[in-house]
Design a protein around this ligand. Structure first.
Ligand code: ZN
Length: 761
């Protein structure tokens, strides 16, 4: 097909008015000596790790990818009277790396609570002029508590092994180097004092209930755990300071836990001796729960829990659990627990969703606890892979929100008078969705939380948002508030508008997402909020759900039961979608830039050309005489700026082409007769300049509203900014008069400044 090209025709702008295309700023300044490539679309070669045999350029595990494993056999005793815990464990560590290991690193997270811990000292401290008594006491006069590990021994085959403890890390010397492919078995005996987790927001410990003199335990990070050795970090022995969570290898667990005989408990793993630890009634109810797919069945009811509260048995009971391919182990135990369960169909498998809660939480938990767990498993599975474990348990613990394989701790409790605020009701569902969701990230897609908080928190909070929105539709009753019924679930994070205040905040208080969690300011807004919003925008606005969902699922499935890095995620999202996202990762994850796009100027034009007398007269106004004498301008059209003083009283309504008969002639040659019939001649000509005071490049989403009150949204690809990321100009031929131009009309991009978003005629 060979047709004449429009470019053959000269179009000359007459921009004698105040507007024009002078806005075409360049980032090349003639007076400067030179510059490096700062183009927002340059690829991330400098930032990304070089692909290798362990991790490919596509973001998938490489052909030599390996991971070491740690299997545990443990015998644990919970001493309820002393609030202490004792354990003996045998670790079998298998070196699948190609390297010889001279020593092993074991994590002693509880040492963050030891007497000589520097975790508190590393923070700055100051006085506020007015402080509540309890916060003054906890901040400046904290109760001294020695909750660090007491290591009784570290042995191999009965022989002591040398070890050294460096704060939360213990280096165990190997009698001889551990070769590639070999395993090493050793044992540790330990104990430590449990803390009241409600005082300083610890992730593990107990809540004390004064009224009935009982404790409810949620126990985690409670045993010496192997550190990760991999191709990325070597030994990941970055200390546990409190904010950066965990990096853990996968392994199989065989755990016996001895607790008071009247305690009800659950833990990571499959209960091995159910018939021994369950009463006959509990067994019967459990069989019922297996058949219930739409509502929870109570296994231990309130009356039974209240009875147990009074008894305080001195006898003990041992619960036995086995778990395969998990990265951690946690358990909850109390005589106060009420327990309910229901079955959930995930793919062709059945998974038991369950809740454990003291009576203090019952009013909320009996209604929403297990349902929220079940709903999470369904939505998360849809976006990743079928949930592979046999159960998921939500435990109610005051002020908690913490996740472990198959089990999590969650807040959400009526107040002392039994009142449930709207915030507590939906907040409780949110936290259960969040913590249950963590089964997927990072319990199965096992990213390094110690290094990157966003990889699990951000991805998880993003799917939490989708789950919450879905939950609101599945259970409309959750939306019924005290005063009003909401039209959708009030998700705290996810909507682009919710991140605006953070992103436009003081740059001193903001760091890029790609920052270690210990050094992140505003961890919640950063790793959780901004990552969630970024992924939401990526899905809804940049990629579209179809491309995004496929790529996100591909990432989850590629790295299921493996250890991904940020690059593995970034690369997979591009590899599986065919969308170049380097600009997006750079802007949203490696910088603290924000979105601000505006309409800078709008100019209106009409066309004219030389052959007509009106055209000549018009041009004369602009001081152009005899244009047809000049061969360069002879066969041209002129665009007359309507906003110029010289354009006053110009009659242009209806046909901006009226005075350009040569263009009309040309079009007849260019289009066939049939095509000409199809073409509606534009009646208005505009030149719109969009500017971008913000650092982030984003797709340019523009709503044009016309004089007849109709409107349309035009989405220009982000690449519109690729050669000039300060301003971009668009020449627009329109059938209708434009009366309003609005940037990002549906608030999709987290634009921080809306003042420059609208132009009106
Ligand atoms: Zn989380």
């Amino acid at each position: 097909m060979q047709k004449k090209n429009f470019l053959n025709l000269f179009i000359i702008f007459l921009t004698l008015g105040q507007m024009g295309f002078a806005q075409q700023k360049s980032f090349y300044n003639k007076d400067e000596e030179g510059h490096t490539n700062q183009n927002k679309f340059r690829q991330l070669y400098d930032e990304f790790a070089t692909p290798n045999i362990y991790r490919t350029a596509s973001g998938a595990p490489g052909h030599a990818y390996y991971q070491n494993t740690a299997d545990y056999v443990m015998d644990i005793t919970l001493d309820d009277e002393k609030a202490e815990i004792y354990g003996e464990e045998t670790i079998t560590y298998t070196n699948n790396s190609p390297d010889q290991l001279r020593y092993l690193w074991v994590q002693l997270d509880q040492n963050v609570r030891s007497k000589d811990s520097k975790a508190h000292d590393r923070n700055s401290s100051s006085f506020a002029p007015i402080t509540k008594v309890e916060s003054f006491a906890s901040q400046h006069m904290p109760k001294e508590f020695d909750g660090g590990f007491n290591i009784e021994y570290v042995k191999q085959n009965g022989q002591d092994l040398d070890y050294i403890i460096n704060f939360t890390m213990m280096r165990v010397e190997l009698p001889e180097p551990l070769k590639s492919g070999e395993s090493f078995e050793f044992s540790i005996k330990w104990n430590y004092k449990l803390i009241d987790h409600t005082i300083n927001n610890d992730r593990s410990g107990y809540e004390y209930f004064e009224k009935d003199d009982n404790r409810a335990y949620v126990i985690a990070q409670f045993f010496p755990r192997m550190a990760v050795y991999n191709d990325k970090e070597g030994w990941q022995n970055y200390q546990f300071w409190g904010a950066g969570e965990y990096a853990l290898p996968f392994g199989n667990y065989d755990v016996k836990i001895t607790v008071p005989s009247d305690h009800i408990m659950d833990a990571t793993g499959e209960l091995q001796n159910r018939k021994k630890v369950f009463s006959r009634t509990m067994m019967e109810r459990f069989e019922e729960a297996k058949k219930s797919f739409d509502e929870p069945v109570v296994i231990v009811n309130e009356e039974e829990a209240i009875d147990a509260e009074k008894n305080m048995s001195r006898r003990t009971k041992t619960w036995e659990y086995k778990a395969e391919n998990v990265r951690d182990f946690a358990f909850a135990s109390s005589r106060k627990f009420i327990w309910d369960m229901m079955n959930v169909k995930i793919g062709d498998k059945e998974v038991m969703a369950a809740s454990l809660y003291p009576k203090e939480g019952k009013a909320l938990w009996e209604k929403w606890g297990t349902r929220a767990v079940a709903s999470t498993l369904k939505t998360f599975s849809k976006h990743t892979f079928d949930y592979p474990y046999h159960k998921a348990v939500a435990v109610h613990a005051k002020d908690q929100g913490m996740e472990y394989p198959m089990i999590s701790w969650n807040h959400g409790r009526p107040d002392e008078n039994g009142n449930i605020s709207d915030k507590v009701r939906t907040g409780m569902v949110s936290v259960i969705i969040h913590e249950t969701g963590h089964n997927f990230f990072p319990m199965i897609v096992n990213s390094d939380e110690r290094q990157w908080g966003w990889m699990d928190e951000g991805l998880n909070t993003f799917l939490q948002y989708l789950t919450e929105q879905n939950f609101g539709k599945e259970y409309p009753e959750i939306l019924k508030g005290k005063k009003q019924t909401l039209d959708k679930f009030p998700s705290r994070r996810g909507e682009p508008s919710k991140i605006v205040n953070y992103m436009k905040g003081d740059q001193e208080d903001i760091v890029p997402i790609m920052t270690n969690p210990e050094n992140v300011k505003q961890l919640g807004n950063n790793a959780y909020g901004k990552t969630t919003t970024a992924l939401n925008i990526l899905r809804e606005t940049v990629m579209g759900p179809e491309l995004f969902d496929y790529a996100f699922k591909e990432y989850a499935q590629r790295w299921m039961f493996k250890h991904p890095t940020p690059e593995d995620f970034f690369r997979t999202m591009e590899d599986a979608s065919g969308v170049d996202l380097d600009w997006f990762w750079r802007g949203w994850f490696y910088t603290t830039d924000y979105v601000d796009i505006g309409v800078e100027s709008v100019s209106r034009y009409v066309l004219t050309s030389t052959p007509t007398e009106e055209g000549k007269a018009l041009l004369k106004r602009f001081g152009i005489r005899n244009p047809d004498k000049n061969p360069k301008t002879k066969n041209s059209v002129y665009l007359i700026d309507l906003d110029s003083d010289k354009s006053k009283n110009l009659k242009t309504e209806g046909n901006p082409f009226k005075n350009a008969p040569n263009l009309q002639e040309y079009l007849k040659e260019y289009y066939s007769e049939d095509e000409m019939k199809e073409i509606e001649m534009p009646k208005f000509i505009y030149e719109v300049t969009f500017n971008k005071p913000g650092g982030l490049v984003m797709p340019l989403i523009v709503k044009y509203t016309y004089a007849d009150e109709t409107s349309e949204i035009k989405r220009y690809p982000v690449q519109v900014w690729r050669k000039n990321d300060k301003a971009v100009t668009k020449a627009i031929l329109s059938l209708k008069e434009i009366v309003k131009i609005e940037i990002d009309p549906k608030a999709e991009t987290a634009d921080v400044n809306l003042e420059n978003n609208v132009w009106t005629k």
